[in-house]
Design a protein around this ligand. Structure first.
Ligand code: AKG
Ligand code: FE2
Length: 478
């Protein structure tokens, strides 16, 4: 436990890092396989030894006396006791090959997630279930928001979620997960899990009933026991009023009205560049002003931008942003300063060409990778100069430019809850919006969020441009 962990210990908050954890598991399994084949050899040798010393028919005292009356038998017996037994004990105890594997496995265990990582993974699953209003019995079967995966959840997974929900006082949900754990646990392929992780079935039943009692009453005990015997797909009754769904949740569930098709055209006019290389441009909204562009970043550029090692990225948290509420981990991020690589400059110049804005000494480019159930709560990219007078020098963040570097098949939309807009990432697209009104005041309709990730590997590249640099370039939109 006390061994030093690597600097960046979280895996769950970026898919890139999770793939590293998978590599670690692969080598763990390699050593475990070696160890098992070593054990097999050992078992084989020991079995041979046992077979060479057969005493089955020496059950009575008379038989035994007869046996040792034979000097060859007695010699063998004494020699085995003197020479073979201690050798066997040493053989059973250790072996250099096994030691190496066991030590390696210890090292790998020390590199694997800390308790926080486990909590983060459970939180991610919690969001997926809650934000999208999914049924736990669907999730167990790999059915996520209408998308069928070839993966099923195990009984220990269900139990972990049950305990997690219970500890967060989500008692209806914990009861559902416990009931699911019970039913998955009965499946034959879970026999190992049964031995390793699961409390007895009775314990799970008890946890279910306690969860129900937390919100219900002892008078209804027989009803809860009846629920327990029902199919785990039957939703449990609400014993507490159901919470209303929030605007963000509605947006993430695809309940916003479809984005109005305002204009879709080839832009040939904003800058001289666009007359040579016209862009597929969609006007998404007039207030706030939002445009979406397609095919503005090449696959080769994306490959280069997303080729980052663990050491190069840091953990992004909400305290770096204007999110009001709780501190949460957002993603892994790499921030390139203004004098960053050649490719960064290319991208920044492209943003300037597309937007017609001067990107001068802009804020830095961030490359971001989201993780399991990764979520960015509602926030603004502007800070509001009236609240932060120190921004007077450079001005607030006039606009935000977002490159989508991957497709996100399920979940992970960028949404503007007040403006009721939702944009699904498409590889190579870019989203661009004004955070401020023409008079420089913040437009609160630009507050935005990222819906919890369900399926995929979400990479974006983001940059903001500051207001005062634009004095001579910003066209006045109305
Ligand atoms: O990932 C996204 O879609 C949005 C990122 C974002 O809002 C930000 O970096 O400020
Ligand atoms: Fe943002």
């Amino acid at each position: 436990e006390t061994q030093d962990k690597p600097k960046e210990v979280m895996y769950t908050i970026s898919i890139r890092a999770l793939s590293e954890l998978l590599e670690i598991e692969n080598s763990y399994m390699e050593h475990l396989k070696n160890y098992v084949s070593f054990l097999n050899q050992k078992v084989e040798s020991l079995r041979m030894f046992i077979n060479s010393v057969k005493h089955e028919n020496l059950l009575s005292k008379a038989d035994r006396l007869q046996y040792v009356s034979n000097p060859l038998n007695s010699l063998g017996l004494v020699r085995r006791a003197h020479e073979d037994w201690p050798k066997l004990m040493a053989y059973i105890r250790d072996s250099d090959t096994a030691k190496v594997d066991v030590e390696e496995m210890h090292t790998l265990v020390n590199r694997t997630p800390i308790a926080e990582d486990m909590q983060e993974a459970l939180l991610g699953m919690d969001r997926i279930e809650h934000f999208y209003g999914l049924k736990s019995s669907d999730m167990v079967k790999g059915l996520l928001a209408g998308h069928q995966l070839q993966t099923r959840m195990s009984a220990p997974d269900c139990l972990a979620l049950g305990d997690y929900m219970y500890n967060r006082s989500e008692f209806r949900r914990s009861a559902q997960w416990y009931r699911l754990a019970l039913s998955v646990f009965k499946e034959p392929q879970n026999s190992i899990a049964r031995q390793f992780y699961l409390p007895k079935q009775e314990e799970l039943r008890r946890k279910f009933v306690i969860s129900r009692l937390q919100e219900g009453s002892v008078d209804s005990l027989s009803q809860y026991l009846k629920e327990l015997s029902e199919d785990p797909g039957t939703p449990l009754a609400y014993l507490k009023p159901k919470e209303a769904i929030t605007a963000i949740e509605r947006g993430c569930r695809g309940k916003f009205p479809p984005n109005p098709q305002l204009v879709c055209r080839y832009n040939r006019t904003t800058t001289p560049f666009m007359r040579i290389a016209p862009l597929k441009e969609e006007e998404i909204s007039r207030n706030p002003l939002i445009w979406l562009y397609h095919d503005v970043i090449y696959d080769s550029e994306i490959a280069q931008l997303t080729n980052l090692t663990r050491d190069e990225m840091i953990q992004g948290t909400t305290d770096n942003y204007t999110t009001p509420d709780q501190l949460i981990r957002l993603f892994h991020v790499k921030i390139t300063e203004d004098d960053g690589g050649k490719l960064d400059k290319t991208l920044v110049n492209r943003m300037a060409d597309i937007s017609g804005l001067d990107v001068g000494n802009t804020t830095s480019l961030a490359r971001i990778n989201y993780g399991l159930g990764g979520y960015f709560p509602e926030h603004s990219d502007y800070k509001d100069i009236r609240l932060y007078p120190e921004l007077n020098e450079e001005g607030d963040r006039l606009m935000t430019f977002l490159f989508y570097m991957t497709d996100v098949p399920v979940g992970g939309a960028t949404i503007f809850p007040s403006a009721q807009l939702s944009i699904q990432p498409r590889k190579g697209s870019a989203l661009f919006w004004y955070n401020l009104h023409n008079n420089g005041e913040p437009n609160s309709l630009t507050r935005h969020a990222v819906c919890p990730m369900i399926l995929g590997n979400r990479w974006v590249s983001v940059k903001s441009m500051l207001n005062y640099e634009q004095m001579f370039r910003k066209p006045c939109y109305r």
